[in-house]
Design a protein around this ligand. Structure first.
Ligand SMILES: [Zn+2]
Length: 478
């Protein structure tokens, strides 16, 4: 979501998101079809298609087979067109599920017609990174639509804005019934995908929306929310955000009760944006798999929003998934260093010219002129996927582009039409089709189905929690 990278400019990537990018995509796909289908057909039928799991088997962690490995190994040194054609066939057999798209907030913030779902016409090319044609090009089969709200609302409590965002997302889904189908379970996503539609789930960002109330949490679940990011950038009464110094050292007792209640409900615990202390406490508390809906690997790009290796190493036991994000400042150390230097510069300029906006603007512009923003690439994003695969395993990766929540984009991943290009890069790096299917969507659907199974058990074992923050953290008895 906005503020994810501390990015304040739109210049980089804005030009490359034009109409021509989409046209290039289409012509490339069309021109290669006859040639490369013939080339890849034997590989597909030897490996990928024959090895496709039944729906039940797909719930299990991916297993390598000699056939599937050979299929992609043979493609490693082929051209991009051949690899893309392979990936496109794969995605006709496996739903691609993205973990985080901020379209509902983009609609709320649209300059001319804010909050207007009708005016923001997804059947046309939008100004943003998401519309129906590009979702189709990207072969998206499932989407967690983010119902983000800022952590610093001043004109009301959080719940009103949260309800409005859920309303926007639900109206978007309902407005295009030929494209989107509301999804509440992993099975719903598979069913929508089988009908050629995009299974549409809701993900809440972040925990301030519950206003310290487990009753509110349950009401959001009933409105269709299937994950909650425990914090956004603001530390809560019960959980530390990654941005800023830790206040609680992780989750408070009430924070742990929030996790337990989410487990009982069957709402995924999303650990993007939280501190490592919260990640660790949540993993110690949860009985269901966790997700990181839009985070990358800290060992590759050292920023607080990314996941440390010590946490990645715990995912095999938990069953969770890190959905790698495409935020330039989180996937490229060069961009991260540039952003940090720019922020330091802004602070120093504000001190040097207090109140003089014109002087501050000129000083920052001069610095930017002398220090152009580095470019983050598809290869940078693939490095994060390789790292997570190495530490946690390929059964624990996914993708959460953060499209329409960012102002700058990775070169080659400018909008929702581009996912296949990332998968094609991974084919070059030797990822097997089983691993690619896991990355595309099978891993996060497995995590969601397991969370559903845990919920079914816990709902029999215990009633809705009546614990309060006053009782657990402030020791005030009613
Ligand atoms: Zn975010």
């Amino acid at each position: 979501m906005l503020n994810d990278g501390g990015l304040r400019g739109r210049e980089q990537g804005a030009g490359s998101r034009g109409q021509e990018a989409g046209l290039r995509d289409t012509s490339r796909t069309a021109s290669l079809s006859a040639f490369s289908r013939k080339q890849i057909a034997p590989l597909l039928f030897a490996g990928c298609v024959a090895a496709l799991p039944t729906p039940a088997a797909a719930q299990q962690p991916a297993k390598k087979t000699a056939a599937t490995s050979k299929a992609t190994q043979d493609l490693r040194n082929t051209t991009l067109d051949v690899r893309l054609a392979y990936v496109r066939r794969l995605l006709r057999l496996t739903p691609l599920v993205d973990g985080h798209n901020d379209l509902p907030w983009a609609m709320r913030e649209e300059k001319e017609k804010p909050l207007d779902v009708e005016a923001y016409n997804l059947r046309r090319k939008t100004k943003g990174m998401t519309d129906i044609a590009r979702l189709r090009q990207g072969q998206v089969g499932g989407q967690f639509w983010s119902v983000y709200i800022p952590g610093d609302m001043r004109d009301s409590g959080y719940a009103r804005v949260q309800l409005e965002q859920i309303d926007i997302a639900r109206r978007v889904i309902a407005r295009y019934p030929d494209v989107f189908t509301p999804a509440l379970t992993a099975a719903d996503v598979r069913k929508a995908y089988a009908q050629g539609k995009i299974g549409s789930l809701l993900g809440m960002e972040g925990g301030h929306a519950i206003e310290n109330s487990l009753g509110a949490l349950r009401a959001y679940y009933d409105l269709g929310v299937r994950y909650m990011t425990l914090t956004h950038n603001v530390t809560l009464d019960w959980a530390d955000a990654a941005a800023g110094p830790p206040k609680h050292g992780g989750l408070t007792n009430f924070g742990k009760e929030v996790v337990r209640e989410m487990n009982r409900l069957g709402m995924l615990v999303d650990l993007s944006h939280v501190s490592p202390g919260v990640m660790s406490d949540a993993l110690n508390t949860t009985e269901a798999p966790v997700i990181f809906s839009h985070s990358s690997a800290r060992a590759v790009t050292n920023v607080p929003r990314n996941v440390p290796d010590s946490i990645l190493a715990r995912l095999p036991k938990n069953g969770g998934v890190v959905m790698v994000t495409f935020v330039p400042g989180f996937v490229s150390q060069k961009v991260a260093d540039h952003d940090a230097a720019l922020n330091r510069l802004r602070d120093s300029v504000a001190k040097r010219y207090p109140g003089d906006n014109d002087a501050q603007f000129k000083a920052v512009a001069a610095w930017r002129q002398a220090n152009p923003t580095p470019i983050a690439t598809i290869s940078d994003v693939a490095d994060h996927l390789d790292r997570i695969k190495q530490v946690a395993g390929a059964a624990h990766v996914g993708m959460g582009g953060d499209y329409d929540g960012i102002t700058e984009t990775v070169q080659g991943l400018e909008d929702v039409s581009k996912y296949p290009y990332l998968l094609a890069e991974l084919v070059k790096r030797g990822w097997t089709d089983t691993e690619l299917r896991g990355l595309a969507g099978e891993n996060v659907l497995r995590a969601l189905s397991r969370a559903e199974a845990v919920s079914a058990r816990l709902r029999k074992e215990r009633p809705a929690s009546t614990k309060t923050i006053q009782l657990l953290d402030r020791k005030i008895t009613p």
